[in-house]
Design a protein. Structure first.
Length: 141
């Protein structure tokens, strides 16, 4: 019983951290002007350690996908972001994380990371199929 209580407490702590992150990014008071005319969030908490913990504890699934057959263009990135927003069982997603120590030469493929509930697996598979079927417009990178 004590082991269950400890495990439950850890799980609850990590879910609460994810809720704090979501509250932060959904609060317009946390928006600020960044360089180059962009707008971003002031000091958002980093949810990745909690997402990894929830994955390790069996609460979430994780997928790190490199999609060389999908266009890495604005249209594909917007589609991916809107898709994630529409599916509550995709808890968090990152697109094209940049690794300054490992910068590939040439065109970088579309690279997506997902932390999700098991109910989202087929949805993510459908997203992959759709992204791979997209053709980049000739006027966008």
């Amino acid at each position: 019983m004590a082991r269950w209580v400890l495990r439950y407490g850890r799980i609850k702590k990590h879910w609460e951290a994810i809720e704090r992150y979501n509250a932060h990014i959904n609060d317009p008071a946390n928006l600020e002007s960044l360089t180059d005319g962009f707008i971003g969030f002031s000091n958002p908490p980093d949810p990745e350690l909690d997402l990894v913990a929830l994955t390790t504890l069996g609460e979430l699934e994780f997928a790190d996908l490199v999609l060389p057959d999908a266009p890495n263009c604005r249209e594909a990135r917007l589609y991916w972001m809107e898709f994630v927003e529409e599916h509550d069982d995709i808890i968090y997603s990152l697109g094209n994380p940049s690794y300054t120590a490992f910068s590939p030469s040439g065109d970088q493929p579309l690279h997506l990371k997902f932390w999700y509930l098991p109910t989202a697996e087929k949805k993510i598979q459908a997203l992959i199929r759709h992204l791979e079927s997209m053709k980049p417009r000739s006027d966008e990178p």
